[in-house]
Design a protein around this ligand. Structure first.
Ligand code: MEV
Length: 422
């Protein structure tokens, strides 16, 4: 006989899913899979997993790509995955009107970004800036003998930079190239870690950095008694930062329910809460990445790299902190600012080949990498402003749920058989 626990909906659901036959029917070892034409790959896995014709159809769509491009972008491709693409409005960045393309699945993100930009606009929009696009590569060396590595590296620094730049004439002609080199020592590993700093201009630059580091590492044993360790860029791009700030008049927060000056006070307190509390800081920064990642995705940029850099940056003083700062000014208005690592590119790889990424960049007026970095940071700041405004006044659920309701309604109609999911 069923116990009351057995009859709970949760137990029934998990039993059903255990009983439904969704297990792949063959091994996940698929030798030569990567060599198959894309359509055959899809057939192979669809058969293995017992997918329906409709599942197979959905996995094998190409949207604005085609089989050839998809196959070039990744290995083992079977199709593409669609995300909604929207355009956030109201952005004024350094006095320039910008339409911001965002690819994201979360219902309230576009509305929030546009609302944050509208608030910032009342104070003149976002002022933004960026450092030169300088990426950093790490070359790890293991000393095989004690040596005066500081003296040796100091005396050879310029030669090493010149060597790193050999063969990169077109990057040099565009004003980029290796521009600095420094190092630190990890005593417990007897490891000297060289940082090679490279201006990659309009490229995100991962390939340029890794290529230069691998090549430069090959000459290091001629200079120091060492074995070579890792050669790879760091995603903590401390020399490639972008910054945005905005000033929102307190009156912008006036409503029938709230007095603007109180909302400013509460937003400042929300910032201080995140500054002292890692759990709040994490959610606060997730909200900022709600603004940043979708622009990176829409423009074909590596959002995992930016995410990694942003979170490492958030704990650069040893404690995980909010990425943006919000303060009440002497006049009682709200000032917000954010400076974070922002390694983005507008040339190379996916950005150039993906037709939608190209169109998204055109929508933004074809920014260079530095301008794109500034727009991305402004979008993150707008997103944070909008979330904090809601959290500091009526709460997040009123707006969020009214937008999310459309998802729930669709789910309801589908489960009652009203809409064909194809
Ligand atoms: C939800 O995706 C993002 C927020 O939780 C951000 C925040 O709390 O600051 C609303």
């Amino acid at each position: 006989m069923d116990t009351p626990q057995d009859r709970s909906p949760l137990i029934t659901a998990s039993r059903e899913s255990r009983e439904s036959n969704t297990e792949p029917k063959v091994s996940s070892r698929l030798p030569g899979f990567y060599e198959l034409p894309i359509g055959e790959r899809l057939n192979t896995v669809a058969k293995a997993a017992g997918l329906s014709e409709s599942d197979r159809f959905h996995l094998g769509q190409f949207g604005c790509l085609n089989g050839e491009l998809t196959d070039v972008f990744i290995e083992n491709a079977v199709g593409t995955f669609s995300l909604p693409l929207g355009v956030a409005t109201n952005f004024l960045v350094n006095g320039r009107e910008v339409l911001v393309p965002m690819a994201v699945e979360e219902s309230s993100v576009l509305a929030a970004a546009s609302h944050g930009a509208k608030l910032a606009r009342l104070g003149g929009g976002f002022k933004a800036s960026a450092t030169d696009p300088v990426m950093t590569g790490q070359i790890q060396l293991f000393l095989t003998k004690d040596c005066e590595f500081d003296t040796i590296l100091s005396s050879r620094k310029n030669d090493l930079i010149a060597f790193a730049n050999r063969g990169h004439d077109s990057l040099l002609a565009r004003g980029g190239g290796a521009c600095d080199l420094d190092w630190h020592f990890i005593p417990e590993m007897k490891s000297v870690v060289i940082h090679l700093h490279i201006d990659t201009r309009d490229a995100m630059g991962a390939n340029i950095v890794n290529t230069m580091c691998e090549r430069l590492s090959s000459v290091m044993p001629e200079i120091l008694p060492c074995d070579i360790g890792l050669r790879i860029l760091t995603n903590l791009t401390e020399r490639r930062l972008a910054r945005a700030e905005c000033l929102v008049p307190a009156s912008a927060f006036d409503s029938s329910e709230f007095v603007g000056t109180e909302v400013v006070d509460r937003i400042e307190k929300a910032f201080l809460f995140a500054h002292s509390d890692v759990h709040r800081a994490t959610t606060n920064n997730k909200g900022i990445m709600n603004g940043i990642d979708p622009v990176l995705i829409a423009t074909g940029n590596d959002w995992r790299a930016v995410e990694a850099g942003a979170h490492a940056w958030a704990c650069r003083d040893g404690k995980y902190r909010p990425l943006a700062t919000w303060r009440k000014t002497l006049h009682g208005d709200l000032h917000g600012s954010m400076e974070i690592p922002m390694a983005v590119g507008v040339v190379g790889g996916v950005t150039k080949l993906h037709p939608a990424a190209q169109a998204a960049l055109k929508l933004m007026g074809n920014p260079n990498a530095n301008t794109l970095a500034q727009i991305v940071v402004a979008t993150g700041l707008a997103q944070n402003l909008s979330a904090l405004r809601a959290l500091a006044s009526e709460g997040i659920q009123r707006g969020h749920m009214s937008l999310h309701q459309k998802n729930l309604d669709l789910l309801q109609r589908r489960s009652s058989g009203g809409i064909n999911s194809n």
